[in-house]
Design a binder for this molecule. Structure first.
Ligand code: PMP
Length: 290
């Protein structure tokens, strides 16, 4: 992955992809003082770019550092990298971290770095294929108590349990894993939020200890536009049996129907299908959609 063609925006400069390296004693690597974003460009326009840039800045603040670029500068930098790389349907990955000046838990004055990489990522939208649904494992690790971590931050350190859980699920033949929270309530997947359908209404866990995804909020808005009731509440794993449909949402997942979670099965139905289509229409660049 590190030997590709193209450029990466690195602390304000465009550098060849292969030269975008950092020092092995970077604080971000040793102590996880690192935050990132995952965004997607459709037809040349990044969907909700500014919201992602704002979340990146906030994520850093939760980790007690400030990214030395404004939201406007970050938005412009993302556009520039996409343009220089000649990409229109792409994944966009900004990442910010503490540098290598001081090595220790405390690194108050280490330089804060920001890099932005983009790569081609077409969205193969085949509703029939997607409506087959994915299979989810139940993760062993639980989302931690918000009193123990900065849960609103899209911080690299919070992904440790996600990677372990996703690897385990994949080795067992599942696409992803559903994580409970520290109370035993349904939380989210390793990189996506989760929704359920029951009696024509949507039910989704209250995001009080995990990321309130930009896709999640978009889908809630689209559901309300359709007149579907949306209930944000605590959901217990014992309730899974009573839901008819299930899907996950995220920048990468978009709206992905779920066919199975452990012993429970779901049939992607009218509501999932409607929201899947509405979301794919919503992400199209506004001028083209009009
Ligand atoms: N939860 C986690 C743990 C994630 O990594 C993501 C992807 N960023 C999401 C939820 C969904 O967030 P979004 O819709 O903003 O991509």
């Amino acid at each position: 992955f590190d030997q590709r063609e193209g450029v990466i925006w690195f602390d304000g400069k465009l550098v060849p992809w292969q030269d975008a390296t950092l020092h092995v004693l970077s604080h971000g690597l040793h102590y996880a003082s690192c935050v990132f974003e995952g965004e997607r460009a459709y037809g040349g326009a990044i969907f909700k770019s500014t919201e992602h840039s704002q979340r990146l800045k906030k994520s850093a603040e939760y980790l007690d550092f400030e990214i030395p670029f404004s939201v406007e500068e970050i938005d412009a930098a993302k556009r520039l990298v996409l343009e220089k790389n000649g990409q229109v349907d792409a994944y966009v990955r900004p990442v910010a971290w503490r540098g290598s000046e001081m090595m220790g838990v405390s690194a108050q004055h280490n330089k804060i770095h920001l890099a932005i990489a983009t790569w081609e990522w077409p969205s193969y939208f085949d509703p029939a294929q997607r409506l087959k649904g994915i299979r989810l494992d139940m993760a062993e690790f639980r989302r931690p108590d918000p009193a123990t971590i900065p849960c609103k931050s899209k911080a690299a350190g919070l992904y440790m349990i996600c990677t372990i859980s996703k690897h385990k699920a994949e080795r067992k033949g599942y696409a992803d894993a559903l994580m409970l929270d520290w109370r035993g309530q349904v939380a989210e997947c390793t990189g996506a939020n989760v929704f359920f359908v029951k009696d024509g209404a949507l039910h989704t866990p209250t995001p009080d200890c995990f990321l309130d995804g930009i896709t999640r909020r978009t889908v809630i808005e689209l559901a309300k536009r359709r007149g579907f009731e949306v209930v944000e509440r605590a959901i217990l794993p014992g309730e899974l049996e009573g839901f008819s449909e299930c899907f996950i949402t995220g920048t990468a997942a978009e709206v992905t129907p779920v066919a199975e979670i452990g012993p429970y099965t779901f049939v992607p139905g009218a509501i999932t299908k409607a929201l899947l289509e509405d979301y794919m229409a919503e992400v199209q660049p506004k001028a083209k959609a009009a």
